[in-house]
Design a protein around this ligand. Structure first.
Ligand code: GCB
Length: 598
């Protein structure tokens, strides 16, 4: 079995982790000649760029910002000499795909830009010396890879991205890169499942190692007291008077896994562990058997200059704002985020709907507008589907593998707004859901976000999800401005049609919102002014509060974010409750007040 992605790099008695973040050499390769010219050995005429960061907003020219094609990164790194060691490189992500070379030799290739790339480089390095790593990355979009889109060639030959989704096609080495040294015999993976028994809890676990030495697993409380222990690769930890991980009131234990040879430590891995259960019961979402109403946001990894580059201060600020507004949940729209987001959500007691990058599954560069207009593009009836399915399954597998132990992750979203009205889409997504269900040890509820074209009478996929997630823009894309009263009637009409289906499932709004410029105020309100965003929200809340099967509201979006340019977007999508600089629009106070008592 290969080493799994769930083990975030950690330093301890047996493992050494060195960050390779910093300035790397970089070069665009528009003619894809790097491989034949041997760029994996050395990047001539390179420039310096920071890692982690998207490259787009570092530059001052259009060509670099919108560059689409191959591009290379390289750096040198020192490998400490150690006996009996496996040496790995771990990229938080390479967007959207990459080939890794060490000392000129190809080590691995990886498809998909939002999940880690782990390379065993033991056979490729010189220990006790400086070594060289080069990455050939590529950010082209197609209909057979996730997220979906196309590449457009301008008359002058320049290629640019044509996303079928509403966020800028940021790319590069956007997450941290680590050099990891682990013992030859080591812990490859682990998973846990908690269950409650009165005041006590049982945590069953499974550890994967590549050897036969004894495994012990211990659990420590916050004060460092060992509260449970078990040995063997499979076992159960019995926790008396367990402190549960509750929504917005997290308690985290430390789990310590050790491999020992007659008392001598071979390898250890420690992690935080929240004890909680997740269950859907009729129209309720239950965490630790208590109903929870989801309050929060759809987000993006997005910020000025760094693009989608990982940045701890931004994580901290976003959680402070979410807490301030009394939120308890967010969706990682529209791709799995950097792992640190989940670690912090575990700590802060936030719930996460973890989303795979299955976005843009409708052939349109104005998907967001076409989503409610009945457009149909035969997306799941084209020859690209088998490859798309393969990539989709792979990314579902890697996401669940990576995130399966996070208490915060209570659900997986396996799509955002695909076409769902054909039997082809049903066949496609049945395979995705069946597979996802078969690999999640915690059997979390599975979902996906449906657009308005997925109407109750037409949708062929709602039966696949454990709870419904709806993205709805009544009062924005549909009957906006002076027509808002029509919007509300239409909204009720749709909800009544869902109600009539008696699905007996929770419904969550995973998107609703209006583009709002932080500079605009007007009475009476007009679209794009802050007053309109507030009125729209209040109107939507009245609808939500009329149906008891509605169990959550995640506003679109947490903050303004960058998109492809166009007449629908004013330097990006402005549906943020906060500005891109993370300051509140008036709507933030409306939400804060509503969610205080919700
Ligand atoms: C949607 C999409 C989201 C867009 C949003 C919008 O339906 O899921 O990615 O950004 O609408 O603002 O139009």
């Amino acid at each position: 079995m290969r080493d799994q992605l769930s083990l975030y790099p950690k330093n301890n008695h047996s493992r050494t982790v060195v960050s390779l973040d910093g300035m790397w050499h970089f070069r665009f390769d528009p003619e894809s000649k790097g491989e034949t010219e041997g760029w994996m050995n050395h990047l001539d005429s390179s420039i310096s760029v920071p890692v982690p960061a998207s490259f787009a907003d570092l530059f001052t020219d259009q060509y670099s910002k919108n560059y689409c094609g191959d591009f290379w990164y390289e750096t040198d790194f020192f490998v400490p000499a150690k006996e009996q060691t496996r040496t790995q490189l771990r990229f938080g992500s390479i967007t959207h795909r990459g080939t890794v070379y060490v000392n000129g030799m190809k080590v691995t290739e990886h498809e998909g830009g939002f999940l880690p790339v782990l390379c065993d480089i033991t056979g490729y390095i010189r220990a006790g010396e400086f070594n060289h790593v080069a990455v050939k990355a590529n950010n082209e979009l197609s209909e057979s890879t996730l997220p979906c889109g196309a590449v457009k060639t301008l008359k002058n030959g320049t290629r640019i991205a044509a996303p079928y989704f509403d966020f800028f096609n940021y790319s590069g080495l956007q997450r941290s890169v680590y050099l990891v040294q682990i013992p030859e015999e080591h812990i490859q993976d682990y998973s846990t499942v908690s269950s409650l028994n009165g005041k006590d809890a049982e945590v069953s676990y499974e550890v994967v190692t590549n050897g036969n030495h004894e495994v012990t697993v211990s659990l420590f409380d916050k004060e460092g007291n060992r509260v449970a222990q078990s040995s063997g690769k499979k076992g159960t930890l019995h926790v008396k008077d367990a402190h549960l991980w509750e929504v917005r009131n997290a308690y985290l234990y430390d789990i310590k896994i050790e491999i020992k040879d007659n008392g001598t430590l071979i390898d250890e891995y420690c992690d935080r562990l929240g004890i909680r259960t997740v269950r859907i019961d009729g129209t309720k979402i239950l965490i630790n058997d208590k109903p929870v109403y989801l309050k929060g946001y759809g987000k993006h990894e997005d910020f000025d200059i760094i693009g989608r580059g990982f940045n701890w201060p931004l994580v901290k600020r976003d959680f402070e704002l979410m807490k301030w507004s009394n939120a308890n949940c967010f969706r990682t729209s529209h791709y799995p985020y950097a792992e640190e987001w989940y670690q912090f959500a575990d700590e802060e007691g936030f719930l996460i709907i973890d989303e795979v990058p299955a976005v843009g599954m409708m052939r349109s560069t104005h998907n967001f507008a076409d989503a409610g207009m009945g457009k149909y593009t035969y997306f799941f009836e084209t020859p690209t589907v088998p490859t798309l399915l393969k990539n989709h399954l792979q990314q579902v597998e890697e996401m669940i593998e990576r995130d399966k132990n996070h208490a915060s992750v209570f659900s997986y979203s396996l799509f955002n707004e695909p076409e769902t009205t054909s039997t082809y889409s049903h066949d496609y997504f049945s395979k995705i859901f069946e597979f996802a269900r078969s690999i999640d040890p915690q059997h979390r509820p599975m979902t996906g976000a449906f657009e308005k074209n997925s109407a109750p009478e037409k949708c062929q996929c709602y039966m696949l999800v454990d709870f419904m997630c709806l993205n709805r823009y009544y009062g924005w894309y549909i009957s906006g401005g002076p027509d808002i009263s029509d919007a509300i009637e239409k909204f009720h009409d749709e909800m009544q049609r869902w109600q009539a289906k008696n699905l007996n499932k929770p419904f969550v709004f995973t998107e609703f919102g209006t583009d709002t410029l932080a500079t605009e105020h007007k009475l009476p309100s007009v679209m794009w002014a802050q007053e309109y965003q507030n009125e729209y929200l209040e109107n939507n809340f009245k609808v939500f509060d009329s149906y008891d099967f509605i169990q959550g509201e995640l506003v679109w979006n947490f903050a303004d974010f960058q998109t492809t340019e166009g007449i629908f977007r004013v330097n990006g999508n402005k549906k943020g409750v906060f500005t891109r600089e993370r300051q509140p629009k008036d709507a933030a106070f409306v939400l804060k007040k509503r969610w205080e008592n919700k």
